[in-house]
Write a protein of this length. Structure first.
Length: 263
């Protein structure tokens, strides 16, 4: 199969170009204002903006993102090592994945968190381990805390987000930047993927709290159910009843094909 040529990034800065953190933060603010600010007069694309300033700002954002690439690979390799150390103790499938946040996603997050500076964004580089059990998540987390310098930990298993999201997040400083490490069970990963897939399919940011309350109630109940199953517990009848009721409410929105098939 022939390889498709990769389209060059028009905003990739020249190799010799560098930026200060202040310049990076100002770049993030400028580009966010440009894309999410009020409509410009007469639809003029650069009304009130200097195109050169905007290009330089995009250079700065791309440059800051690229700084995370090597530390990201280093953290991912180290995480794989520590995860494999636990593989002999806990049977099951273990996956480790890494990603750099897309530039458009970075700008969108700056828009959603108005007071955030770009250099303070902790998840531009992210590594995720999907582990077979809560015991394995805890074991890998303990190992990382003993061997890594972790600047911050967010335990969303002990204290889940109001959305129902569960995982352990560790912020690791490497090469002067922060890399976020996520540890999830397979069920926690499936829950997060479903929320993202539903949002992408229907064009609604369910992951960010947008959409009908009934949908988020359903996600929370599913998250509770998955957590009990991860703990090896049976689902109480009251929870199953709530789950059936919540699913019936969201079917016309999230699963319209299922609704039609039951008529």
């Amino acid at each position: 199969m022939a390889m498709m040529a990769r389209t060059p990034d028009p905003f990739k800065p020249p190799p010799e170009r560098t930026f200060t953190k202040g310049e990076v933060n100002r770049a993030g603010k400028l580009v966010c204002e440009y894309f999410y600010g009020p409509p410009r007069k007469d639809g003029a694309p650069f009304d009130g903006y200097d195109p050169k300033d905007l290009v330089d700002a995009m250079y700065a954002i791309t440059w800051w993102k690229q700084l995370h690439a090597r530390p990201l690979s280093q953290v991912a390799a180290s995480l794989r090592y520590h995860v494999l150390k636990e593989e002999g103790e806990v049977n099951g499938r273990i996956d480790v994945a890494q990603r750099l946040k897309k530039r458009d996603t970075i700008i969108d997050k700056l828009h959603r968190f108005e007071n955030m500076k770009l250099t303070q964004m902790h998840d531009i580089g992210g590594v995720r381990a999907t582990l077979p059990s809560l015991a394995c998540v805890s074991a890998v987390s303990r190992r990382l805390r003993k061997t890594w310098t972790i600047s911050k930990t967010r335990d969303y298993i002990t204290r889940p987000k109001t959305s129902g999201y569960r995982a352990i997040h560790h912020d690791v400083v490497r090469g002067g930047v922060v890399i976020e490490v996520q540890l999830r069970t397979i069920r926690q990963h499936a829950w997060a993927n479903q929320v993202e897939d539903d949002g992408r399919r229907l064009g609604t940011g369910y992951k960010f709290g947008f959409g009908a309350d009934e949908i988020h109630d359903y996600y929370r109940i599913v998250g509770d159910a998955f957590h009990l199953l991860d703990r090896g517990e049976e689902l109480p009848e009251a929870l199953l009843k709530d789950l059936r009721s919540a699913y019936a409410k969201i079917q016309p929105i999230l699963r319209p094909d299922d609704s039609r098939s039951q008529k």
